[in-house]
Design a protein around this ligand. Structure first.
Ligand code: NAD
Length: 439
């Protein structure tokens, strides 16, 4: 089928490339001409494992094209996917201006019936707003479908190729059939398509993210309590996860969640609740706990050192999670900001997010390092913020010898306290009772 994907970000580019890999003819469109120019030369705008190969293969096969031209792109497509940003506004509500601008751009050039499918995460009722926006500009019939995206950055290609589920919020059986046809190749093993009304589809995405964020904040709150009471959250996790109703997945304490989705989606859901005059107590708590959690490493560092002047801290990991270069709302930034304000010398390293970080962070107290060993050199302490695999199996003897101090602040509980102690480190995890308070 001839398809158009609007927006070549983390969602749009992965979706477009995967649809092309399944045999569809796909145009990926963006208003950013530099991005499109780069993509036409095979240069990707972000890091995502496995994506470059798929983009190159399908571009070479002629199934994947890149464009900035709405007219030819819409006129050649049966379905137009919208995958543009939906950032937070100042009051936390979702900014729909990009989505509605894309809908307007489609409407202005539509010359045949199309399906407009929203991949962006949008508040309940957006399908109706898109319908209204398009109807004001054209007489050509069209369908609106809500097709929220569930891919995880870092595993986006696999998620897109083998989705747990494909949610289709539809207004007509005709649109449902077209969308089912697109996704048939992704569901050959077993049917993963779930059809519902548009409002429920839009809500499903927010509820899924709210549930995941709630699990994180819940574990973080329990971790804080564990530390106070002398219990170990890692052991507690094993204990509770054995209950099938709870399970082990997505049940880790850490330095807080970040990224482009959880923080903004929790805020947008709260805004929807406010607008509907409904008190969402739990959502507020999830958000508040996460804000506190993002300060936890800085607090531990301050408590341990007392005074931080003349101190050097190595930071391992800048991206909001491993296997991505996405820095949006990353907990590392909160820590960096706080330590810089206290005059701490920072030695930063991330396996893939360095160049993006260098464009945002520019400070005389920052040294950009070539790897985790280089970062550790001459430091009084290490803060592990992102759980990149390569940080898990570092040569601790080598690291210890190159450091001035002994402190290790493990924001993702990657190491075992006893083993770290045996190596001479003063180890601080999340939700793990401390043996050291202050040097
Ligand atoms: P992104 O910022 O990485 O990319 C968005 C792209 O859209 C940019 O390249 C921008 O130039 C382009 N754009 C903006 N306005 C446009 C317009 N009018 N016409 C054409 N292009 C336009 O965003 P993203 O992370 O891919 O997220 C997109 C949507 O998907 C958001 O609603 C997000 O909440 C949702 N989502 C994101 C993820 C994720 O992991 N990133 C996962 C699921 C859902």
């Amino acid at each position: 089928m001839n398809l158009l994907v609007i927006g070549t970000g983390y969602v749009g580019l992965v979706t477009g490339a995967c649809l092309a890999d399944m045999g569809h003819h796909v145009i990926c469109l963006d208003i950013d001409a530099v991005k499109i120019g780069d993509l036409q030369k095979g240069i990707l705008p972000f890091y995502e494992p496995g994506l470059e190969e798929i983009v190159k293969r399908n571009t070479a096969a002629g199934r994947l094209q890149f464009s900035t031209d709405y007219q030819s792109s819409v006129q050649n497509s049966k379905v137009c996917f919208i995958a543009v940003p939906t950032p937070s506004q100042d009051d936390g509500s979702c900014d729909l201006s990009y989505v509605l601008a894309a809908a307007r751009s489609i409407a202005e050039v539509m010359d045949h019936p199309v399906v407009i499918a929203t991949k962006s995460t949008v508040p309940v009722g957006t399908a109706q707003k898109i319908r209204q926006t398009v109807e004001e500009l054209t007489q050509v019939p069209f369908d609106v479908v809500s097709n929220p995206e569930f891919l995880k950055e870092g595993a986006a290609v696999a998620d897109c190729m083998k989705p747990d589920r494909i949610i289709l919020g539809v207004e007509s059986s005709q649109a449902a059939e077209i969308m089912k046809e697109i996704y048939t190749a992704f569901t050959l093993n077993h049917d993963r398509i779930i059809i519902m009304d548009t409002a429920s589809a839009e809500m499903t995405k927010y509820v899924a993210n709210a549930m995941l964020a709630t699990r994180i904040s819940f574990m973080n709150e329990m971790a804080g309590l564990c530390e106070k009471l002398g219990a170990n959250i890692k052991q507690v996790r094993i204990g509770i996860g054995s209950d099938q109703r709870i399970g082990y997945h997505f049940l880790y304490a850490g330095a807080g969640y970040g990224g482009s989705c959880f923080p903004k989606d929790i805020r947008a859901l709260q805004a929807m609740a406010r607008e509907a005059d409904y008190e969402a107590f739990l959502l507020q708590a999830v958000d508040t706990i996460n804000d506190r959690q993002k300060t936890i490493l800085a607090k531990k560092i301050k408590t341990y050192f007392g005074t931080l002047t003349q101190k050097t801290i190595a930071i391992w990991g800048l991206s909001f999670k491993p296997d991505t270069d996405d820095l949006r709302e990353a907990p590392s930034f909160k820590l960096i900001e706080e330590l810089l304000s206290l005059g701490v010398q920072l030695r930063l390293f991330d396996p893939v997010a360095m160049s993006k970080a260098q464009k945002i962070l520019d400070h005389p107290l920052i040294t950009w390092c070539t790897d985790e060993y280089h970062a550790a050199e001459g430091s009084h302490g290490i803060a592990l913020v992102t759980e990149w695999k390569q940080f898990r199996f570092a040569d601790l003897d080598k690291i210890s010898k190159s450091m001035i101090g002994k402190a290790f602040f493990d924001g993702r509980n990657q190491y075992k306290k006893d083993e770290m102690k045996a190596k001479g480190f003063h180890y601080f995890g999340i939700g793990i009772p401390n043996d050291f308070t202050q040097v």
